[in-house]
Write a protein that binds this ligand. Structure first.
Ligand SMILES: *Cc1c(COP(=O)(O)O)cnc(C)c1O
Length: 394
């Protein structure tokens, strides 16, 4: 190899938390110590403060911290009054937790295909799936990009649907001047460690502007109790730990800067990848400009690509580049959801994307030099495969 950016064996990891946690080590330790000192481990002061700060950062009013993003969806739908007999529309290409949340609420999931350019829910397909029983639509702001708020709100008002946002990958994302978490009746967030705002473990939150939804959610996460030992709801135990909230509260003021750093990295990828379009690598489209918070940087292998995805991924691994696939099997083809009755061919765009996408390393602190190394490795793999193809033809 003559390319100097390929020499040196330093790995480019898929995610690296160092840039987030190292500069905050002292503050995070202090925040943890403070909780230990106060001893309010469950529903404590740091949780209340973080709920308030995060809901306001999202342009909403109430935040209710729960144990995970999945619980935020399942309990959040219930808190919105959605359950058995209601149909809820969601995209087929999302993380399975969106579907699990709908099923746990008791509602009937109705899956729809996506727009192949962005991988986001196809709102025309969603409109066609509306029936008299449709109560809600779940836009999943996938990979850090919001589903168009204008189109969402138009559709919701035309059919009197409730919007419930899955914003687990879209902390502080914006589009059309609106922020993720501020357009729906409620929105679910996850604080899984690798999310744009991550805890040191699991966590999630529902944000909402409606006091009645917030009240119901507070009860549902706390055994369905509206006051101590008085249970009005069939609830569960799902609270965001005070310790995790204290850590998240320490990290929150840096979230905007980290998102900007992700955006900067994405723009550099975009520029460096332009010459690779003819070799079969195409980034997904961004329709939100700087409002895209790039939870993931996803490219698509086109017909021009001389390698299949597995071969490309393996070749990159050999060159020290870690990649991911989000997600390799769309929800409707997962064995666990066979009973929903979907088949291969039902959602052709979601199915095609699941075979063709590749997520490149993306995290705050990803350096220009690392991005150059990723792209140089991609180019080397594609060019050597392309020349092998030409030789085979000769
Ligand atoms: C991470 C994620 C969830 C679930 O969040 P957990 O905290 O892992 O339960 C839901 N939806 C999407 C789109 C996600 O990425």
């Amino acid at each position: 190899m003559h390319d100097s950016s390929l020499s040196g064996s330093a790995l480019v990891p898929f995610v690296d938390f160092t840039a987030q946690h190292q500069p905050l080590q002292v503050q995070i330790n202090q925040a943890i110590q403070d909780v230990i000192q106060r001893g309010d481990y469950v529903l404590g002061q740091a949780l209340v403060e973080f709920e308030h700060a995060f809901a306001h950062a999202c342009g909403s009013h109430y935040g209710i911290g729960v144990a995970s993003g999945t619980d935020a969806i399942a309990l959040g739908l219930q808190a919105c009054g959605i359950g058995a007999g209601d149909e809820v529309i969601l995209p087929a290409n999302t993380f399975v937790a969106t579907l699990i949340g709908v099923l746990r609420s008791g509602a009937t999931p109705v899956l729809v295909d996506c727009d192949p350019r962005t991988a986001l829910i196809d709102l025309m397909a969603a409109e066609k799936a509306i029936t008299p029983r449709t109560r809600a639509l779940i836009p999943v702001h996938l990979y850090g990009q919001m589903v168009s708020p204008r189109q969402l709100l138009d559709l919701a008002s035309s059919y009197d649907l409730l919007i419930f946002e899955d914003a687990a990958q879209a902390h502080l994302a914006e589009c059309d001047g609106q922020r993720a978490g501020s357009i729906g009746t409620a929105a679910a967030f996850s604080f899984y460690p690798s999310k744009n705002l991550g805890a040191l473990g699991d966590g999630g939150m529902l944000v909402t502007r409606e006091e009645s939804v917030a009240q119901r959610m507070r009860s549902l996460r706390n055994y369905g109790a509206t006051r101590k030992y008085f249970h009005t709801d069939y609830g569960t135990n799902s609270r965001l730990d005070t310790l995790q909230a204290a850590v998240l509260k320490t990290k929150l003021p840096h979230l905007y800067t980290w998102n900007c750093d992700r955006y900067r990295a994405a723009q550099y990828y975009d520029a460096l990848l332009r010459p690779l379009h003819s070799l079969g690598i195409q980034p997904l489209e961004n329709h939100c400009g700087a409002g895209h918070v790039y939870h993931l940087y996803v490219v698509r292998l086109t017909d021009a690509c001389p390698l299949d995805r597995t071969a490309l991924q393996n070749a990159l691994t050999d060159l020290g580049i870690q990649t991911g696939i989000h997600y390799p099997i769309p929800c409707h083809l997962q064995p666990a959801f066979k009973h929903l009755g979907y088949e291969i061919g039902d959602f052709p765009h979601a199915e095609a994307l699941s075979q063709a996408i590749l997520s490149l390393p993306m995290f705050p602190g990803l350096s220009c030099e690392q991005i150059e190394r990723v792209v140089a490795a991609l180019q080397a793999c594609l060019e050597s495969a392309a020349s092998a193809c030409i030789e085979a033809q000769v």
